[in-house]
Design a protein around this ligand. Sequence first.
Ligand SMILES: Nc1ncnc2c1ncn2[C@@H]1O[C@H](COP(=O)(O)OP(=O)(O)OP(=O)(O)O)[C@@H](O)[C@H]1O
Length: 827
Amino acid sequence: MAPKRKAPAASGRATKRVASGVSTPVSIDSDDDFSGSDGNESTGPNSAAPPKYDKVINSYKPSAYVRKKGKQPQDAADRLFRADRDFADQELKSDHHLRPLWLDPVHGKVVLETFSPSFKQAQNFLINVAEPQSRTTNMHEYTITAHSLFAAVSVGLTEQDIVRQLELFSKTKLPDSIIDDASVLQMLLRDPVISACRVEESNELRTEKAAKMGGLVIPGTKEAQGNKEAQARMEQQQQQQRQREKGDDDSDDEFGGQEAEKDMTEFLREEEDDDDLDEVHSFEIDGSKIQTVQEHCNVQLELPLTEEYDFRADEQNATLDIDLKPATQIRYYQEHALSKMFGNGRARSGIIVLPCGAGKTLVGITAACTEKKSVIVLCTSATSAGQWRAEFIKWSNVNPDDVIIFTSSEKGRVPLRACIIVCTYSMVTQNTRRAYDSQQTMDQITKREWGLMVLDEVHVVPAEMFRRVTERIKTHSKLGLTATLLREDDKIKDLNFLIGPKLYEANWLQLSEEGHIARVQCAEVWCPMTIEFHSEYIQAKTTNKRSLLSIMNPRKFQACQFLIDFHERRGDKIIVFSDNVYALKQYAEGLKKPYIFGDTGQRERDLVLQNFQYNDAVSTIFLSKIGDTSLDLPEATCLIQISSHYGSRRQEAQRLGRILRAKRRNDEGFNAFFYSLVSKDTMEMYYSSKRQAFLVDQGYAFKVITHLNGIDSMPNLRFETQDEKMTLLTDVLLQSETAGDEEKIVDDLFSDKSTFRKAGGGRKGGSGVKRQAGTLSSLAGGEDMAYLEYQRGSRSNKELAKPKNAFFGKEARERERRKKAQREMLQ
Ligand SMILES: Nc1ncnc2c1ncn2[C@@H]1O[C@H](COP(=O)(O)OP(=O)(O)OP(=O)(O)O)[C@@H](O)[C@H]1O
């Protein structure tokens, strides 16, 4: 008999340590396709090299790590093997190599081996019961939380199912766990906040049989297709039967009738099975206090609630005539996501997370086609509202007259019949007095009940806005859609009770391997500082100055120039992002490329974007932060970040999303590219790794490029001579403190005060940004970035925009100069 082996400590971040690709620098050769090597050089999770973790486990000697009293080994790994992480006593099952899960029962962490034979089955199970934390090539890490377990139970998994499956997939024996649902309800009844929200005074729970839930088929799936075919066959059989009865039967299909009967028997059997469903224990709460109860349960009691809508039993609200067009087939992951929402035959409110370009819109539309009740869609801009309407008409058979837009520029009338209304968050949440027609539409929206509310881009909308939306609009179910649940403001928890729990989160790498989104090569390019820039960097007294010096590092400029040239020659469309406006202008003008930032007027923006989209001579544009949320950007295949010095993981994920939808993604060997240019030995390196954390968790490996082969022999490379470098340094040193600031853009979504519209819709003449008052010192510095605060009411924007003093005169002249230069670049 083989000797018993002990389990190693299931360290929470095992995958992260394996995943980190930044530690071993590699270089690229400009003559090679940097993607062409298939990432073999990569040290990160995308590496084609065999999994190293495997070897670590096999050579593992658990006893060596057991922490003995009195002995305090102080090496770097010691903290990973503290008492609460030491699972050396857990016994490995004899066939543990066939089972893919390592469990940490103390912290609820689960590590899944992707190279295990039962990986797929284990993954399907884990997605239901746990939150994915990190999904790299060889290891996935999940956490089991109260929310995730509750979500699992509410899609029909029982406590026994969960324990049985965990036991099945785990390499070690499971510790016991007990859940008691009824006692939770009794506890809620006794809770002072909740009992005050109840309708009845009694302490009794109401008990009834669970509603029948089977038979629901999500449109656009193979099952739905099968059902339609079966129904068509049945109709055909009935027709033939009628003809036979009339005596003029000429059909030779004598088995058709039996087939139809079989379908029906199967259907009835499913219905019968549903009779075995459990009992429902309930108590009723006052409708106006739902939000209080949700917040209290989710936040204080940590008992997440789910909202469910039995739409098939709703006879009060009119049915919407909508179905997916017969040719519309939803993809398997869209079906998975929707089955989480409709898994128990009702519509369960919650959030579906799919990467950019994976088809969130069709998920929302299919949800609408499943419920067939009135729908309200909330989106972030007028452009997006228009796209939602067009997509409804493209994918479904809905009558176009039934899809109404409500934005600042378009205010359709809401009909009394069932309909779909697509509006912007700002239109619905506006607190100030509305124009007459706008108020009328708003009244029609708030007066009626909606079956489904689709909330687009939930990660960028402030929680306060959701609160207002959900308070004002009566809806039976809510579906939040987003590419990432990351929010730097830590308001994600609020989304849980304002919308619902996360229902589904797709695996980015899997979708890109399957060609649903583009395959992306990520790289961090380390640019050494020149001696002069670095010595000024060390002496600089303020963060802003240091930041400006690291962005303007001449070697970074050269790397940017080289990469643009390299990718333009490959036929890529390139977006260069700079959060700093001074650098944006210096780089773009220095390289003779068009650019857009907050101050760029609408016509100039449109001109630049259209040229980028349609003009082969314009392959590169420079964008400030305005490109993150406020522009409807054409497709790009290469992104270069030159300045993004704070560690926003969301911004990083959002920017990556810009290239995930590349249409050429299914071309043989196609890769999109995402570069971050980082000045070596500066704070940029720290922020860069912070920003990458989310993408590393999604399985992206960041290659580190320490040398761009060919850069030294590149013709017309800028800042080659010492003189040029020194002139640049002098210019940077002469800039005022605020030149090192990031551009301050507050999307109009976030601000009631903003009088500006987002690009592509809304009020004429706006620039899509909120400008904030700049300090006098920023003006005195002579730099040409000025922010004005536009107040509502008192004076028109036109008046305010008139130059009022010499500085603004200069500003106007500068704008003219810039426009002229841009026009020349675009010719
Ligand atoms: N099931 C499907 N069959 C065919 N095409 C699809 C399907 N699902 C999505 N698409 C297409 O994929 C593209 C991306 O879809 P969509 O714009 O909805 O993505 P998204 O997730 O909303 O992206 P973003 O977050 O960037 O807005 C669209 O062209 C859409 O038509």
